[in-house]
Design a protein around this ligand. Structure first.
Ligand code: FES
Length: 113
C-alpha cells in the first residue's frame, strides 16, 4: 500500500507527516482526516467547494483524472497549480504521494486578500 507524505503546514500539521500504508481506494482527504490532519471540507466532500484543495507534488499521474466539475471548482481555488486536486475527489492509487496543503483556502484568502 502506498505511503503519503504530507508536507508541513503551519497550522494543520506543522511538522509534516508520513502516512504508511494508506488504503488504496480511499480519498486523500479521508486518509488525512483519519490521521488528524484536519483539512477543511466545507461541502462535506461532495465536490461543491474548494476548501479541501491540495497540491499533489508527487504521484499526481497515478490517480484517476479529475472530473470536469472538479476542474471547474479548482479554477476558483486559492493558489491553483497544475497538480492541484480537490482532496475529497482524489483517490489514492498504487503509488506513493507527496501532498502539500496550500496555505490558504478560498475562505481565508478572502479575509487576507
Ligand atoms: S470538501 Fe468540498 S470539494 Fe472537497
Amino acid at each position: 500500500m502506498p505511503k503519503i507524505t504530507v508536507l508541513p503546514h503551519e497550522t494543520l500539521c506543522p511538522q509534516g507527516a508520513v502516512i504508511e500504508n494508506a488504503p488504496q481506494g480511499e480519498t486523500v482527504l479521508d486518509v488525512l482526516l483519519d490521521h488528524d490532519i484536519e483539512v477543511d471540507h466545507a461541502c462535506e466532500k461532495s465536490c461543491a467547494c474548494t476548501t479541501c484543495h491540495v497540491v499533489i507534488r508527487k504521484g499526481f499521474d497515478s490517480m484517476e483524472e479529475p472530473t470536469e466539475l472538479e476542474e471547474d471548482l479548482l479554477d476558483q481555488a486559492w493558489g491553483l497549480e497544475p497538480e492541484s486536486r480537490l482532496s475529497c475527489q482524489a483517490v489514492v492509487a498504487d503509488e506513493d504521494l507527496v501532498v502539500e496543503i496550500p496555505k490558504y483556502t478560498i475562505n481565508h484568502a478572502r479575509e487576507h486578500g
